[in-house]
Design a protein around this ligand. Structure first.
Ligand code: UDX
Length: 464
């Protein structure tokens, strides 16, 4: 919305949220999320044509176009639990829009939703419309965190789905006119509602599938002595495959991939397509396997136990340049190590101690709730400490575990770190950021996903 405000000075944008502390933060010098470049954009427009308010009903009533970006977590209870998207927040937003509207509106689905959600939302709006005309559009967002502003400035494509009626086409054109302020029109794709909704799930499923494919290869590389980096490079040169999204890792995280695939799986099952469902389910299962495999490698190489051993966790966010921890593989890895009674010292340049505490102590169903519905103070876990420096985290540790590819981890003084650690000193690189040969020369025993194994690890079983 900030980028729309920046690129369209003639349009007034008001961002509303029922959670007041978040609105206060948006109006302050400390924005509630970390995203490179966002501060600048907000500063340029705030108070001119970009406003943040908790007065939800007033601003919705006044708007011509309403973008709905509420969260749609995976259901944890009832029908479709563990797979289907929970549309409770969407439904209450739609009912509120119907209640307060006095003029015709275009309602835009920005949240990722199951296919055919627009139809349900349309029914809620029209059955409560009091004669007002609502046009529903699907306008899924393809930005990635950490590069959000650049992705929005220069998108590969903008997708707008709507009804194929004259009113539907008019609404599509109105939204197209907004984006056409800065996006070349040939990159604005207009489709029917269902194609737009499904394209979003399909795009995330294809992206996640690439990562699971390369991660599956990483296990085979370790078993055969191939190097996954070389394999990715070689296959990526094929223009049909392409070089992007082929970095083997400890697993993908983020708020979208797993949720959207599970949602896709559920939709396939509901439509009587179990074979298609299980094909996509495997993408999530390989991701789980990759995290478990990583923990098992750690435990088995450290003499089959990490009990009572200090392990430095470098990076907790699900990727670099974000403070977001939703579905971060670090949660599963840390919990695996804590299950084996390790003592963790965690450092991430952007994630707060409180957030990590929440992630490690709260159940997923609690974490998926909006902040004002989450328990106020998470229980502190005794075995975990938080530090603001990688060197401090590694001091006296038996092993280092890199879980986010922050640039600063590439240039640490690993000799200094080695000197301060217990011996043998281990590095487990879940993001392939360190120079393996250099670290081995220093004396570290290094495990880097999908790379030829250290002689030490070759003799250890891959499964603890
Ligand atoms: C993703 C999609 O890219 C974006 O289009 C969509 O709108 C939302 O979901 P995001 O979750 O922000 O964006 O991050 P992305 O860069 O896609 O990374 C997702 C996860 O995959 C991260 O944990 C990342 O570390 C991991 N990843 C990515 C890999 O492990 N290997 C890769 O090669 C690429």
């Amino acid at each position: 919305m900030a980028v729309i405000a920046l690129k369209c000075p003639d349009i007034e944008v008001v961002v509303v949220d029922i959670f007041e502390p978040r609105i206060i933060a948006w109006n302050s010098d400390h924005l509630p999320i970390y995203e490179p470049g966002l501060d600048d954009v907000v500063k340029q427009c705030r108070g001119k044509n970009l406003f943040f308010s908790k007065d939800v009903e007033k601003h919705v009533a006044e708007a011509d176009i309403v973008f709905v970006s509420v969260n749609t977590p995976t259901k944890t209870q009832g029908l479709g639990a563990g797979k289907a998207a929970d549309l409770a927040y969407w439904e209450s937003a739609a009912r509120m829009i119907a209640d307060v509207s006095k003029t015709d509106k275009i309602v835009v689905e920005k949240s990722t939703v199951p296919v055919k959600t627009a139809e349900a939302i349309e029914k809620i709006l029209t059955h409560n419309s009091k004669g007002i005309n609502f046009q529903i559009l699907s306008n899924p967002e393809f930005l990635a965190e950490g590069t959000a502003i650049q992705d929005l400035f220069n998108p590969d494509r903008v997708l707008i789905g709507g009804r194929e009626t004259p009113e539907g086409k008019k609404a599509i054109q109105a939204l197209k006119d907004v984006y056409a302020h800065w996006v070349p029109v040939e990159r604005i794709i207009c489709t029917n509602l269902w194609s737009a909704e499904l394209s979003k799930l399909a795009a995330n499923a294809f992206l996640a599938q690439r990562i699971s494919s390369v991660n599956a290869m990483s296990a085979l590389c370790e078993a055969t002595g191939a190097d996954v980096f070389q394999v990715s490079h070689a296959i990526g040169k094929d223009t049909r495959i392409g070089p992007k999204f082929l970095n083997a890792s400890v697993g993908f995280g983020g708020s979208c991939f797993q949720k959207d695939i599970l949602n896709l799986v559920y939709i396939c099952e509901c439509n009587g397509l179990p074979e298609v469902a299980s094909y996509w389910k495997q993408v999530v299962q390989v991701n789980e396997y990759q995290k478990t495999r990583f923990v098992n490698r750690m435990v088995s190489s450290m003499f089959n136990t990490v009990s009572g051993k200090k392990i430095a966790i470098l990076g907790f966010a699900f990727k670099k340049d974000t403070g977001d921890t939703r579905e971060t593989p670090a949660i599963g890895v840390c919990q695996g190590l804590l299950g084996d009674k390790a003592i963790l010292s965690i450092y991430d340049p952007q994630v707060s101690q409180e957030q990590i505490q929440r992630d490690l102590s709260m159940h997923k169903s609690e974490l998926d709730r909006p902040p004002h519905l989450q328990p106020a103070s998470p229980t502190a876990i005794k075995q975990v400490t938080f530090v603001w420096d990688a060197y401090e985290a590694a001091k006296g540790a038996h092993g280092i575990c890199i879980l986010t590819e922050w640039d600063e981890f590439k240039t640490l003084d690993y000799q200094k770190i080695y000197d301060d650690m217990q011996k043998p000193a281990f590095v487990f690189d879940g993001r392939n950021v360190v120079d393996v040969d250099k670290l081995r020369q220093i004396g570290f025993i290094v495990y880097s996903i999908g790379k030829p194994l250290d002689a030490w690890l070759k003799d250890m079983p891959a499964v603890a």
